[in-house]
Design a protein around this ligand. Structure first.
Ligand code: ATP
Length: 321
């Protein structure tokens, strides 16, 4: 590979810039040129391609979001769109492509690999919902942001002796909720991986704890369970305790990345260049069992994972519900 393209695709995540920076800087060491493709596959199809050099990426590791912008693109899901994309890459002299994103973005990379472009995927999403890897860029920052926000809500909820139902992000996965439950403490969590939730038990637990003198209650609800406002109204009606719903929302996607996100992102960025340098294609970089590894994209997409049972068990033992 002589010229590497890099794009960010799907939902943005803090740490994507640190990965971009590492790609540009380590490519130079391998004698490769780097071109940035703006707005994911949508920008690729519009030929939004820029030259990138080391100076362009100085100081970006601490920035949230992605300097290359991100987008979703329906056209790229078609064969014609993919062929057009591969041709545009070739016309720009790009023979290797690094895609930072989630499963959908990797499917796109896999298609480009079939069309003769050497492609490497880097997992970037706050949701941690990419099955082949134990870590995704952005998760640590998102959890820390949610944790700080929940701490603040707890302050006011305690002063007013309220119950708070707080919805955290995570798409169809409960990782952020589970981590916040352990980091913040909460009376209970609702996550999509566990449907054993019995609302009456939760209400009974809140009433029992209130009678014992507990002055505030926090329930963390995962985005994948949803209906946070309705749940708050039902709990207020059943317990008589003033109950407020807060949906944390996109605040969790922004902010300066934590050291962990910056370092993991940088390592994965450098690893991607290393793989392209060795002539590899259709690989996704993962962090598994404490090691950086890579899998064939198709193999990676077929893997399964779920929340850590042991961690979940301990979180349940710590909560009142
Ligand atoms: P996130 O989980 O953060 O949203 P993602 O990468 O899973 O990230 P998607 O919206 O699923 O996000 O995919 C991003 C883009 O990847 C799509 O807009 C589309 O252009 C491309 N893509 C998705 N699925 C395919 C597919 N099967 N074939 C080709 N391209 C695809």
């Amino acid at each position: 590979v002589e010229t590497v393209g890099i794009l960010t695709s799907g939902g943005d995540a803090p740490g994507m810039n640190a990965a971009i920076r590492a790609v540009v800087r380590t490519a130079r060491a391998s004698g490769m040129k780097v071109k940035g493709i703006k707005r994911g596959y949508a920008g690729l199809l519009n030929n939004e391609i820029i030259d990138m050099d080391s100076r362009m990426v100085s100081e970006i590791a601490r920035l949230g979001g992605t300097i290359l912008f991100t987008a979703r693109c329906k056209e790229f899901e078609t064969r014609e769109g993919q062929q057009k994309g591969a041709q545009i890459l070739k016309d720009n002299g790009i023979d290797g492509l690094i895609v930072i994103g989630g499963d959908g973005s990797f499917r796109g990379a896999q298609k480009l690999s079939e069309l003769g472009i050497n492609t490497i995927g880097i997992p970037g999403t706050i949701d941690l919902d990419i099955n082949c890897t134990d870590y995704t860029i952005g998760f640590d920052t998102a959890v820390n942001t949610a944790m700080s926000a929940i701490d603040k809500i707890k302050d006011t909820s305690t002063s007013h002796e309220r119950c708070s139902i707080i919805e955290v992000m995570g798409r169809n996965a409960g990782y952020i909720a589970l981590w916040c439950q352990m980091a913040n403490g909460a009376d209970g969590i609702l996550i999509p991986e566990r449907d054993a939730f019995n609302e009456q038990d939760l209400i009974d637990a809140i009433m029992h704890n209130r009678s014992k003198g507990k002055t505030h209650h926090v329930i963390i609800n995962a985005e994948g369970v949803g209906h946070t406002n309705r749940l708050a109204r039902r709990i207020e009606a059943a317990t008589g305790i003033e109950t407020r719903a807060t949906v944390l929302g996109h605040i969790q996607r922004g902010g300066s990345p934590t050291a962990r996100d910056r370092v993991m992102a940088a390592t994965m960025g450098g690893y991607a260049i290393d793989l392209l340098h060795r002539g590899e294609t259709n690989r996704v970089i993962c962090y598994k069992d404490g090691k950086y590894v890579d899998f064939d994209i198709d193999e990676g997409l077929a893997m399964e994972k779920t929340i850590d049972e042991y961690q979940f068990l301990i979180s349940r033992l710590m909560s009142v519900y």
